[in-house]
Design a protein around this ligand. Structure first.
Ligand SMILES: [Fe+2]
Length: 383
């Protein structure tokens, strides 16, 4: 399974992970064979990449997600309903929000050996809901890595899930604007932090520390954040954790004006902001949970050869097991074998392959094997 930009999708490619709307409807089911109509529709829906299968690369053990699809969907729904309630001048069902956070904590604690191997794919309309759930998951994983007990995880989780709730009080045309903001618009967007705090503090069930996550998640370690320009430990630790999770997820997602950054680039970018934008301690606690070269990604080894990541060990995330696919000139090798980088001190991963390079290698491998057979698919009528 690997992530392919819609510009590189081809007829006959098979979808590896279902794409959902935030209301739980399947937009494109796993197993669907793509055709021109589906690909055109993906463009129209603003979806910019899809996980596809490639059997020609050999068998790949399924990568477990850190939370089940069902919990992810239920969480999405809880956030969506919370935001909708506010829009309709009703109160958020905080019991549902707290239950969602409890469920996420339970699953994450049970799966604490699993690394984040893939980020979800979302349509633009649903961005805020997916983002809220992802930030909550990332923040909770950071909290678990730090050894937080249940009560603190709950406070952190509620704050993280609702960190952007103040956006409901900002002009939606600005929030959804598909491009850079003017300085005046940015001033308006900044208000969402304070507004989120004002909303959350009216709920007895929401602790003041959770409300402060909404207030302070755009504050920065060096004092250059907003709304108050707080510095260092003056920012509550929950907000410092959510600040890293917020930017990590934003960079990992496709946006109307740019494609998602590959994981290793996101990791480098986040590290480059450690000590300036972010508290270094929380940067490392979050990154300890991320597979830098996820299973299914194509990488260049220090020898120049090209390989497919087939397994990642939490204790050595930069030294996964790699299947040798092609030589330094991108020519498929006649005999594939697996290299356990942990056991080799002389070979390492020098970089991940770019999307164009990945497409090139896959095309060469496919040419050797002939085109894939077409299959019938079952996908939503929206497609
Ligand atoms: Fe925000």
């Amino acid at each position: 399974m690997y992530r392919v930009g819609v510009d590189f999708l081809q007829d006959g490619m098979q979808v590896a992970r279902s794409i959902y709307r935030s209301d739980g409807r399947v937009l494109l089911a796993a197993g669907t064979r793509l055709n021109k109509r589906y690909i055109k529709r993906l463009h129209e829906l603003g979806i910019r990449s899809v996980y596809v299968r490639n059997d020609e690369l050999g068998p790949l053990d399924p990568v477990p997600d850190i939370v089940s699809e069902q919990t992810r969907l239920e969480s999405l729904q809880a956030v969506r309903e919370g935001f909708n309630s506010l829009e309709n001048k009703r109160r958020i069902n905080m019991a549902a929000i707290r239950q969602t956070v409890d469920n996420l904590i339970d699953e994450l604690l049970a799966n604490s050996e699993v690394l984040i191997n893939c980020s979800d794919i979302r349509s633009y309309d649903d961005y805020t809901f997916h983002h809220s759930v992802n930030v909550c998951i990332l923040a909770l994983m950071t909290g678990i890595t730090l050894g937080y007990h249940q009560l603190r995880l709950k406070e952190l989780g509620v704050g993280a899930l609702l960190h952007d709730v103040g956006k409901i009080r900002i002009d939606q045309e600005i929030i959804c604007k598909p491009g850079p903001l003017t300085p005046e618009e940015f001033e308006q967007v900044k208000e969402h932090a304070r507004q989120g705090f004002e909303i959350l503090r009216t709920y007895d069930e929401v602790g003041l520390l959770s409300a402060h996550v909404a207030f302070q998640h755009h504050e920065r370690w060096d004092g250059r954040g907003y709304p108050r320009g707080l510095v260092g430990r003056k920012i509550h630790e929950y907000a410092r954790i959510v600040a890293v999770a917020d930017v990590f997820d934003a960079l990992s997602a496709d946006r109307p004006y740019r494609r998602a950054c590959p994981v290793h680039e996101v990791v480098n970018l986040i590290r480059s902001m450690s000590g300036t934008s972010f508290d270094p301690q929380y940067v490392e606690a979050l990154l300890a949970n991320v597979a830098i070269f996820p299973v299914g990604s194509l990488v260049v080894l220090s020898t120049g050869d090209i390989g497919l990541v087939v397994d990642v060990d939490r204790n050595a995330p930069t030294r996964p097991v790699v299947r040798h696919l092609a030589d330094r000139n991108m020519n498929p090798v006649p005999k594939r074998h697996e290299i356990r980088l942990q056991n080799l001190s002389t070979v390492y991963i020098s970089r991940a392959l770019s999307e164009t390079e990945t497409a090139k290698v896959l095309k060469r491998i496919a040419l050797k094997k002939g085109p894939p057979a077409l299959e019938v698919s079952q996908t939503s009528s929206d497609m």
